[in-house]
Design a protein around this ligand. Structure first.
Ligand code: RNT
Ligand code: ZN
Length: 415
């Protein structure tokens, strides 16, 4: 018996928290792991660079150059992270074999069979994303393009992705969250703001003529305020995506890097939850802009987790991570981000939300502040260590040595 954990358990019991129930819940909560941290969002279906107003920075050695390398790196990362996961894939991670190659409007389930086998062996569900960037037909606008050939190409791509998403759900037995994000926008003041949005709406309407089982595939729409090179206008703004999702029974997706810097997603979660059956999140860390830094255990990450847990609707929220740091060891980036978010969830689960809410309703704001501050130094670390031990994962900074060895043995040999 771990006496440090036993002491922490007693202390939490004093504020009405059952740490055993917390540990059980924490283990089951699924976090979707974005495959694109491992290869700088490049994918394997083309040779061009990353486009679409997003950017990785850094040139750390060891990028996964093939799907096999990516799978090996993911395995290494996941061996160091406690808790349940889903695999989050982009369409650009299609695996072509025997010299075959098809364009994005013609991809099929078979191009993802290896990923399905990978996920099934590890008991993971799969989430999916159409890739409407890093492609010759994504030079400017995609689903909002005035060029009918281009617009139709991307409509067909997203329809193909819906079919692949349903295949993922059928194969894994778990629903697939399929997120539509487009990079469309303008660097400078547009002459016509309506046209692109009207065409985006038309494209989405056409995409939704693709029949699919809404119990198996959750189509989400991600908004964005600006991107690199699209600073003045994005077609898929918050108003557009929220309105379209509400009108068409889709799920809104919020990425906390996609708002003006003083806006916080932690405050938006409750607003969307009371108005929607489901909600999806991309948890990231925007530093000054939508920079997609590795998620850390900072105040906003904790507040997002708090809102997820306090809502009592954790099961209605699809939690995915979305960052891509190429300036540090990429396996470590995954591990730090996943562990940090899981710690934020733990912190939220160790909070007596109902009691605090009662204080708010009774307008006992002084006592509320005192308790909120004292909660910050409760012995969460001991519960985290116990969680890692039960999950068979290194609890402390010792995992760095494992990553360091992997870097020397595997990553640095990729030249
Ligand atoms: C871009 C969006 C989008 C991407 C991934 C790769 O700003 O956040 O979710 O990061 O699809
Ligand atoms: Zn995102």
């Amino acid at each position: 018996m771990n006496c440090i954990y036993e002491a922490a358990k007693k202390r939490y019991a004093e504020i009405g928290i059952d740490t055993e129930a917390v540990l059980a819940k924490l283990a089951k909560a699924e976090v979707s792991v974005h495959c694109w941290q491992g290869d700088d969002v490049l994918g394997y279906d083309s040779v061009g660079g990353l486009s679409g107003g997003i950017q990785t920075t850094g040139n750390y050695p060891g990028r996964a150059r093939t799907p096999e390398e990516l799978m090996a790196d993911l395995d290494k990362a996941l061996s160091l992270v406690p808790g349940a996961h889903k695999l989050n894939l982009h369409a650009s991670y299609a695996i072509f074999e025997n010299g075959e190659h098809v364009d994005r409007d013609a991809i099929e389930p078979k191009h993802f069979a290896k990923w399905v086998a990978y996920a099934k062996e590890r008991g993971m569900g799969i989430d999916f994303n159409p890739t409407c960037f890093s492609h010759p037909k994504a030079k400017t606008l995609t689903l909002s393009s005035p060029d009918e050939e281009i617009r139709t190409f991307w409509v067909n791509h997203v329809k193909a992705c819906i079919r692949i998403s349903e295949y993922f759900a059928n194969e894994t037995g778990k629903p697939c969250v399929m997120n539509i994000w487009i990079p469309d926008g303008f660097k400078d003041t547009p002459a016509d703001r309506v046209g692109p949005r009207a065409r985006f709406k038309k494209s989405l309407d056409e995409i939704l003529t693709q029949p699919y089982d809404r119990e198996k595939v959750y189509v989400t729409l991600e908004s964005k305020v600006f991107g690199i090179g699209v600073e003045s206008y994005t077609v898929g703004s918050a108003e557009f995506t929220l309105g379209y999702a509400a009108a068409n029974g889709l799920v809104p997706l919020m990425d906390n890097g996609h708002y003006h810097p003083t806006e916080v997603v932690s405050d938006k979660i409750s607003a969307l939850l009371v108005l929607n059956k489901k909600l999806a999140l991309h948890v990231t860390r925007g530093v000054r802009w939508d920079s997609d830094h590795v998620v850390r255990l900072d105040d906003e990450t904790k507040e997002i987790a708090k809102e997820i847990v306090a809502s009592g609707r954790m099961d209605d929220i699809a939690m995915a991570l979305d960052f891509f740091d190429a300036s540090i060891n990429r396996v470590a980036a995954w591990v730090v981000g996943l562990r940090s978010f899981r710690k934020a969830l733990l912190s939220a689960l160790l909070t007596p939300h109902a009691d605090l809410a009662k204080l708010q309703d009774a307008e006992e704001f002084t006592k509320l502040m005192v308790l909120q501050e004292e909660l910050k130094t409760m012995p969460m670390g001991a519960v985290w260590d116990e969680f890692c031990a039960r999950e068979g994962v290194i609890a402390n900074e010792g995992y760095f040595d494992v990553i360091d060895a992997y870097e020397k043995d595997v990553l640095l040999k990729r030249v």
